[in-house]
Design a protein around this ligand. Structure first.
Ligand code: FE2
Length: 302
């Protein structure tokens, strides 16, 4: 895609600064997949509507080969972005898809799915991210929805400064992303920023936002963000976006969304608004209501 005409675009005049830097925590999930938990439950309120983000990345098959066998979800969405590797998804709503290098899988668990995510490789690098995005209370019991986007289905543009931008969700410099959601309005960008280049992105003052540098290093104002870290961007009054300046060739995820400001009650793979709803989720799961008999009433709001 051609570089958008930035002369028509408003410049970020009051950029956000970094509120604080967070290092991920090593963890294991699924049947023994090694990963780094970048965003955990302690940040759910601060980064509302985002509930969790994991990074996985290893060229040792022992770290990933077991994958994530059948497990349930209710009440939120999962967005899996595969930087390298191949993973097969199957779920109780009848969906099946192969997620390959550069692709994105967007799943709305809604009222319940059981799914598996199993590597389709026995050697080589597997690297990517999974982000959990909350659903508003009104949509938590919507019908499940699922879509795979291959790398060439994702909108990509290059800025005048040579920044390559993959727009997974939301909108950047006039380019509409693969997915737009009306309530949480998620922005999800993967940026390849050449050394010395700047990138600016408008972000509404009320939205919560963070970046994760997974290669290289860059600066947000006077704060240097090193690889592997997650930087929470401050919600200071009257800010209108963020400006990133790469110290070296960098790859970074820029993620933002509108907070729901609703109660968040999580128990493992279920995220609801009350304890009663969590108990109901366990009851429904045990009663087999997450199984194959999920009927399509309506497509959830996108
Ligand atoms: Fe899952």
């Amino acid at each position: 895609m051609n570089a958008p005409n930035s002369s028509k675009l408003a410049r970020v005049q009051y950029p956000r600064q970094v509120e604080h830097l967070i290092q991920g925590v090593e963890a294991s999930d699924g049947a023994g997949v090694r990963l780094t938990r970048l965003l955990s439950q302690t940040l759910q309120r601060r980064l509302d509507p985002f509930l969790m983000m994991d990074a996985f990345g290893s060229d040792n098959p022992d770290d990933y080969i077991a994958g994530f066998p059948d497990h349930p979800h209710r009440g939120f969405e999962t967005i899996t972005y595969m930087i390298a590797g191949r993973m097969l998804h199957r779920d109780s709503a009848g969906n099946e898809g192969l997620l390959e290098t550069g692709g994105v899988q967007w799943m709305v668990a809604g009222r319940g799915v059981i799914h598996s995510e199993i590597p389709q490789q026995e050697h080589g690098l597997m690297k990517g991210f999974q982000l959990w995005l909350n659903l508003p209370a009104i949509d938590k019991m919507c019908a499940p929805w699922y879509r795979d986007f291959s790398a060439d289905e994702l909108p990509v543009f290059t800025s005048e400064e040579g920044v390559q931008v993959t727009v997974i969700a939301g909108r950047s410099h006039g380019v509409q992303g693969a997915v737009e959601r009306p309530v949480t309005e998620p922005l999800y960008l993967d940026l390849h920023v050449p050394a010395g280049a700047c990138f600016q992105q408008d972000i509404p003052e009320t939205h919560n936002a963070f970046i994760h540098v997974y290669e290289g290093a860059l600066n947000v104002g006077s704060t240097r963000v090193a690889p592997g870290g997650l930087a929470i961007l401050a919600n200071s009054p009257h800010t209108d976006g963020v400006v990133l300046k790469a110290e070296q060739d960098s790859r970074v995820l820029l993620i933002a969304g509108r907070p729901l400001n609703e109660p968040i009650i999580q128990y493992g793979p279920f995220v609801m608004n009350s304890e009663n709803e969590i108990q109901q989720a366990f009851h429904d799961y045990r009663a087999g209501l997450f199984g194959g008999a999920i009927e399509e009433e309506h497509e959830p709001r996108r």
